[in-house]
Design a protein around this ligand. Structure first.
Ligand SMILES: CC(C)(COP(=O)(O)OP(=O)(O)OC[C@H]1O[C@@H](n2cnc3c(N)ncnc32)[C@H](O)[C@@H]1OP(=O)(O)O)[C@@H](O)C(=O)NCCC(=O)NCCS
Ligand SMILES: CC(=O)OP(=O)(O)O
Length: 331
């Protein structure tokens, strides 16, 4: 919670405008009221305004903007801009109009056009559907080749990571990254951890093998990614390939990777693919009682963040505060 308190304080210091595309979803409506009350962001809910008020069922929506996209004067402009942007990809004016009725697309277009600073959704939409509009409309930040994600994990046992805070990447976007992509995910996750949680990254490239203890092409990918990362970012403190116990437990780390400055004290864990990453973060969240903030998208030109469909109201508030801080940093 200490981590979230710090992020919320940052969000309040320079208020940004965050749009919630799933405006009629009950947890989202409740979260919007809390965000407005706590002054974490200027917040907008998208959807049928009468429906949003019905869902709120007496709960305060004071300070929350309610927007029905299709009734907005800028709707046609957004349709036309989206058509122009995507016509080489087969978009037609009719398809563009239908697509813009989807609030995930309208919200993303608001960010592109500067009408909002960031977007959060995913309480009822899959990660693919939530992120795809951003990949198509907002695109990667200059100099970035791939959009990926990480979680800020805060575990109850403060002996792990930095006082219980760790970064897990990529648990949500890149399904089976190549070695080059895995290196890029590691660099991005380290940067996110530094920017949002103030950690000095010690990066473990995870595998089922430590320093050649197993031979397999899946291990080779992690070794190659570690080498690419070391060459591209000599300033980063990275070790791999490491098993999770070697990454996290000092005695095991020094036994399996003697002399390593990462083994046993890693605070950034990079999973070899999304199967390992998604399963891994959910196990730590549910079995160890960790707070899992994310998935935090990294590499987009402007912040768009996804939620787990299993999220709580408090998770939505946290991800909005974090998106607001990313928006401050994107300026
Ligand atoms: C994110 C995801 C949806 C993108 O896949 P997709 O929709 O099939 O994407 P496409 O291949 O159609 O690409 C759509 C656009 O995004 C771009 N894109 C796709 N993945 C990208 C990435 N990681 N970084 C940057 N751009 C990306 C493509 O280049 C394409 O751009 P264009 O249409 O302008 O040419 C896909 O990687 C995915 O499903 N990931 C797993 C999500 C998930 O289920 N997570 C588990 C729960 S959290
Ligand atoms: C991040 C994630 O796993 O999302 P969901 O639980 O919605 O699939």
């Amino acid at each position: 919670m200490a981590l979230m308190d710090a992020i919320k304080a940052k969000a309040k210091a320079d208020v940004k405008h965050i749009v919630l595309a799933e405006g009629t979803e009950p947890r989202t409506v409740e979260a919007a009221g809390i965000i407005a009350k706590e002054g974490l962001a200027k917040v907008t809910l998208l959807g049928d305004v009468d429906e949003i008020k019905k869902v709120a069922a007496g709960k305060s929506l004071e300070g929350v903007n309610l927007i029905d996209p299709e009734k907005q004067a800028n709707f046609d402009e957004y349709v036309n801009d989206f058509y122009e942007m995507r016509k080489k990809k087969g978009m037609t004016p009719e398809k563009a109009r239908e697509t813009m009725k989807n609030t995930l697309y309208y919200a993303t277009m608001m960010i592109k056009k500067g009408a909002a600073d960031g977007m959060v959704a995913g309480a009822i939409n899959s990660t693919g559907n939530t992120i795809r509009p951003a990949l198509q409309i907002i695109k990667t930040a200059p100099g970035i080749s791939i959009v990926s994600s990480c979680f800020l994990m805060e575990v109850p046992d403060k002996s792990y990571g930095d006082n219980g805070v760790l970064v897990f990447g990529d648990c949500a976007i890149c399904i089976n990254p190549s070695a080059e992509e895995l290196a890029a995910i590691a660099a991005a996750s380290a940067a996110t951890g530094k920017a949002l949680a103030g950690i000095d990254p010690r990066i473990a490239m995870l595998s089922f093998s430590t320093k050649g203890s197993a031979k397999h092409e899946l291990v080779d990918k992690v070794v190659e990614a570690t080498n690419i990362l070391k060459e591209a970012h000599p300033e980063l403190n990275v070790d791999g390939e490491l098993q999770a116990d070697a990454a996290l437990v000092e005695s095991v780390g020094q036994l399996k990777s003697p002399g390593s400055s990462v083994a046993g004290k890693a605070n950034v864990l990079i999973f070899p693919d999304i199967q390992a990453g998604n399963i891994g973060y959910k196990l730590v969240q549910r079995l160890a009682g960790a707070e899992a903030i994310g998935p935090i998208c990294q590499g987009l030109a402007k912040p768009v963040n996804d939620l787990s469909r299993g999220c709580s109201v408090s998770d939505i508030v946290s991800v909005v505060a974090m998106t607001a801080v990313q928006a401050q940093q994107a300026e």
